[in-house]
Write a protein that binds this ligand. Structure first.
Ligand SMILES: Nc1ncnc2c1ncn2[C@@H]1O[C@H](COP(=O)(O)OP(=O)(O)OP(=O)(O)O)[C@@H](O)[C@H]1O
Length: 250
């Protein structure tokens, strides 16, 4: 079920470098929120804070709090946070030695699901949602690397969906893909937002304008502004946002 995230005064460091400063933001359920901003402004660090991945980097630190609905993610076991708040990365990263089926079901099996019929149902359901079932149903036991890059990325999304998360974080999920695969990923996000809260980092302003309900503009570790995507693109309230979307820097 989709759940909203509430970010309260997040600061994040890599060693002594402060890379996110006093971030307050709400990420609404059943919406796509796009995170935009120039290279190095803290977009990836921000979404890696949202499922407690940032703190896994040696020397990295976070202060502040993030709530999944009413519950602080810092009061939950980190493994539980990452199950409920899934993540898809820039480069498709299927487990390279595993079959398509095992890619989808490994985490479920590690979580204790043993019944083969149940595993098969969950795998099929997430592949159907990811629009991949017809393409892979006859090769579930083949290595995941037989798939094209675009299919591998949809497999990674299906793998995240198989855990039935509340939130899905995507860090430039289409940046390594061709235009057709990019469109498939965008259509997929539109479909799954009815069940999920989606946060996507993108360099591509057209992509944010096409798919995001809400857009947030980051600059130098600050959240300059966030709000309704069409308003942010047509009537930004801050001069720096206006300059960025007009292509004057970044
Ligand atoms: N593993 C790391 N160790 C140290 N510093 C890092 C690390 N990862 C990122 N940084 C620094 O943190 C700051 C924010 O980086 P981040 O990757 O969050 O930005 P970004 O907006 O996602 O950039 P890009 O669009 O280029 O991916 C940058 O100054 C970057 O150099």
């Amino acid at each position: 079920m989709a759940k909203s995230l509430h970010v309260q005064n997040i600061n994040a460091w890599f060693s002594d470098q402060l890379v996110l400063k006093h971030i307050h933001m709400d990420l609404s359920a059943n919406q796509i929120t796009a995170i935009i901003g120039p290279s190095g402004c803290g977009k990836s660090t921000f979404i890696r804070c949202l499922n407690r991945m940032h703190e896994t980097v040696p020397g990295a630190r976070v202060t502040g709090d993030i709530f999944l609905e009413e519950s602080s993610i810092y009061q939950m076991p980190a493994t539980e946070v990452r199950r409920r708040i899934g993540m898809v990365f820039r480069e498709p990263n299927p487990f390279p030695t595993l079959s398509i089926f095992d890619n989808l079901t490994l985490a479920l099996r590690l979580g204790g699901m043993r019944n083969h019929r149940q595993l098969r149902e969950r795998a099929e359901r997430s592949l159907r949602v990811a629009g991949l079932w017809d393409e892979v149903k006859d090769k579930l036991n083949q290595n995941a690397l037989v798939l094209s890059l675009g299919q591998q990325q949809r497999l990674c999304i299906a793998r995240a969906l198989a855990l039935e998360p509340d939130v899905l974080l995507l860090d430039e999920p289409a940046s390594a893909l061709d235009p057709v695969s990019t469109l498939q990923i965008e259509e997929l996000m539109e479909q799954i937002k009815k069940d999920l809260t989606i946060v996507i980092v993108t360099h591509n302003l057209q992509q944010a304008a096409r798919i995001a309900d809400t857009t947030a503009f980051f600059l130098d570790g600050e959240l300059v502004e966030w709000g309704d995507t069409s308003l942010l693109f047509t009537k930004p309230s801050d001069r720096r946002t206006e300059d960025y979307i007009a292509g004057r820097f970044g």
